[in-house]
Design a protein around this ligand. Structure first.
Ligand code: HEM
Length: 428
């Protein structure tokens, strides 16, 4: 198997700065499978895979041979807690997934749609007119409000503000804090307002508020009738500590990801006049099938999470290769979603490709796959469709620059470098 020959530190720096360019460069040089050495992500002995058939084997493979919790947990546990889904493996993980997944299915999505449209409307009213502004912070406000109401079930504005402020402070840590989450050896006191010490301080505040919310809701008289995810989890066998960890995890995993995907959506749509026109026409006619295709195409071309990782803990055959324990696989979401043998003219933003064809389970993988597939894989596209529809039917937007945004790695997400600069020409 071909291997990158550069020193591990050089590979690490380049992968951390622009994982998209890293994968494109070595995919072109080596093909679908190659070895790398990247520090701070898994075991440091990595294999990148961009072959959909091998990725299918990985996603369907044994959860004891292919693990995620032991590596994702390094960064997730200090923020969310020890029993967050991303922190668990094997039976404990599957058992927890069964309890956490049901609220993400079925009729409830309808209720969450109206919450999302209301949040989009509230945000839209604050946008300036006739001057350039970045969409991303506004998208983040929308997804925060959605999490507060749909996930936490908090309706009171003041309480929403207090709670979201505390949890966003916790996840919006400084550079040293981000490094601390990746490299546990940095978990020392560098001063009260920095890094690990600051994370711990913010965690105390966020934990106190989240536990207050959980306890108050346990005794709410209308608990059984409520439709928010917290209230539904309270009716399972989960303890307060379990629920706390899963709620915080949903916020960490679900808020910036969706806000970033929405920012890319507007960047792509506003730079493709034919797509914008067709989308507006079909929305005006009450048909949402093109909207669905647009969201699928955005997530194909700009998947905000660019790799899905698994640590190998038992010897395993994948494709023509034998893998020994201790290797971390990086399934390249970025490369699979833009394969020319799967997608004609793959770099073109062309939602029509999904109008008559459903995205393939192992060929369109913005949400990963198998037993670790993102639990928000229905929720996030619902939010995206609702926000795009609301914005395009109530505001006249233009791209502020003729060029598409360049990607920038923001912690573990590929975000538009300038936050998608747009100009609003008015509201209706
Ligand atoms: C566009 C938005 C989103 C993207 C692109 C995204 C992407 C992903 C990816 C790639 C994974 C890893 C899958 C794997 O390793 O196979 C993941 C896992 C996860 N996501 Fe999302 N996600 C998004 C939104 C959300 C939302 C809205 C929530 C919750 C409300 C959420 C909660 C989670 C959780 C809890 C996991 C861990 C699942 C497990 O380990 O079993 N995500 N997500």
């Amino acid at each position: 198997m071909p291997a990158i020959r550069e020193p591990a530190w050089a590979q690490t720096v380049r992968f951390a700065a622009r994982p998209d360019l890293f994968m494109e460069r070595y995919h072109e040089r080596f093909g679908d499978v190659f070895r790398a050495k990247i520090r701070g992500f898994g075991t440091g002995r990595n294999v990148f895979v961009a072959d959909p058939r091998m990725i299918e084997q990985v996603f369907k493979g044994s959860p004891s041979a292919l693990r995620l919790g032991e590596m994702a947990g390094i960064a997730v546990e200090p923020i969310a807690g020890p029993t967050a889904l991303l922190n668990l493996d094997e039976d404990a993980h599957l058992k927890r997934r069964k309890l956490v997944l049901p609220p993400f299915h079925g009729e409830r999505m309808l209720k969450y749609t109206s919450i999302t449209a209301e949040a989009a409307d509230r945000s839209l009213r604050t946008w300036p007119t006739d001057q350039a502004f970045a969409m991303r912070p506004h998208m983040a406000n929308i997804t925060t409000e959605v999490v507060m109401r749909a996930v936490f079930g908090v309706e009171d504005g003041k309480r929403q503000h207090e709670l979201s402020h505390a949890v966003l402070n916790l996840i919006g840590t400084d550079l040293l804090g981000t490094l601390t989450l990746t490299f546990p050896q940095l978990r020392r006191n560098f001063g009260a307002s920095r890094g690990w010490t600051k994370i711990q301080h913010n965690k105390e505040i966020a934990d106190r508020l989240v536990y207050e919310e959980i306890r108050a809701r346990r005794s709410a008289p209308d608990l059984a009738d409520r439709e928010d995810i917290l209230s539904m989890l309270l009716q399972t066998e989960l303890s307060d500590a379990d629920i706390h960890d899963n709620l915080l995890e949903m916020l960490v995993a679900g808020h910036e990801t969706t806000a970033t995907a929405l920012s890319w959506a507007f960047d792509l749509i506003l730079h493709e006049p034919a797509v914008l026109r067709r989308l507006q026409d079909e929305l005006a006619a009450g048909d949402e099938s093109y909207l669905t295709a647009v969201v699928q195409e955005v997530l194909r071309l700009r998947p905000v999470v660019v790799t899905a990782q698994r640590v190998i803990r038992q010897p395993i055959e994948l494709g023509d290769y034998h893998f020994a324990p201790g290797i971390t696989l990086f399934c390249s979401i970025w490369m699979v979603n833009r394969r020319p043998d799967l997608y004609e003219d793959p770099l073109r933003f062309h939602p029509e490709r999904f109008l008559d064809t459903r995205p393939g389970t192992y060929e369109w993988i913005p949400f990963g796959g198998g037993v670790r597939r993102c639990i928000g894989a229905n929720f996030a596209p619902m939010e995206m469709r609702t926000v795009i529809k609301h914005v395009l039917t109530h505001a006249t937007l233009e791209a502020a620059s003729p060029a598409l945004e360049k990607p920038r790695n923001k912690v573990v997400l590929m975000a538009p470098k300038n936050g998608t600069m747009v100009i609003s020409r008015g509201r209706s």
